[in-house]
Design a protein around this ligand. Structure first.
Ligand code: PXL
Length: 256
């Protein structure tokens, strides 16, 4: 089986980050290896949460993985809490040479998430430059590039050597999906929009995308499948508690 290392937080409620990444990668027949970047009682969109900062263990964890001779076919990254942690993961990625998907989690709706200062955002930009595929929403795309236009921002990142820029949260005519930019092509994938906001949809999207890339699909087909998967999962989720995440468990067997 192909192995995928996943650098993301572990949140007890919100069905996001590792709690979404691991079951989806497993269902797609990949061996998922979690590396917790932080441990939270629940994700930060709830009114209150408790966070354990495990970032001072990052170097020790990586050293143990090195002793185990850990080698990966894929690497997926998400939420980080400080620049030192991101810099250590950059060194790990350089040594692995695996297919690397970076979700540059920094903000949404035009705002940075709390704690994402300039230093952390700059380190996340360096991480992106090591990736084969990145999955920013438009807020993150503009933080990464300083641009205010999606095409110009994507072009800047592609010219910096990133293989594909998949811009998430694109809405058009009541539908929602992504725009995929590569050096030679650009396509938009959309599906029905259900509800306004749900926790974890970005993590579900990147999980399906990464799984399908590792299973051999091209980035356009993988992104198309991820868009449909997220839309379908939102469609079967009862309204009312969007911070609890979406019921992807109900639909996952349709996609594998
Ligand atoms: O799904 C993104 C995400 C991941 N991890 C934590 C979060 C969020 C979004 O709010 O709070 C801890």
């Amino acid at each position: 089986m192909k192995k995928c290392a996943v650098f993301n937080d572990l949140s007890g409620f919100g069905k996001c980050s590792l709690a979404a990444n691991l079951p989806i990668l497993s269902a797609f027949q990949l061996e998922a290896h979690p590396f917790p970047t932080a441990v939270l009682s629940n994700q930060t969109a709830y009114e209150s949460f408790a966070l354990a900062d495990v970032s001072r263990k990052t170097a020790d964890f990586l050293a143990e993985w090195e002793k185990l001779g850990a080698r990966f076919d894929g690497i997926l990254t998400g939420y980080f809490i400080n620049a030192q942690q991101v810099n250590l993961i950059c060194e790990f990625i350089k040594k692995q040479g695996a297919l690397t998907v970076v979700d540059p989690v920094m903000g949404d709706g035009g705002e940075r998430y709390s704690g994402f200062d300039d230093e952390l955002c700059k380190s996340i930009k360096r991480l992106c430059l090591l990736a084969d595929v990145i999955t920013p929403n438009s807020t993150e795309l503009f933080i990464l590039t300083g641009e205010e236009d999606v095409e110009a921002a994507a072009e800047q990142l592609i010219n910096s050597g990133i293989g594909a820029v998949v811009v998430t949260g694109i809405e058009s005519e009541g539908k929602i999906g992504c725009r995929v930019f590569t050096k030679d092509d650009e396509r938009c994938m959309l599906a029905d929009k259900h509800g306004d906001y749900y926790s974890g949809t970005g993590d579900i999207f990147t999980s399906v995308l990464t799984a399908e890339l590792l299973n051999g699909l091209d980035v356009f087909s993988a992104a198309d499948k991820a868009v449909k998967f997220v839309s379908d999962a939102c469609g079967v989720t009862p309204a009312g508690n969007p911070e609890n995440g979406v019921d992807f468990e109900r639909i996952i067997t349709k996609y594998i």
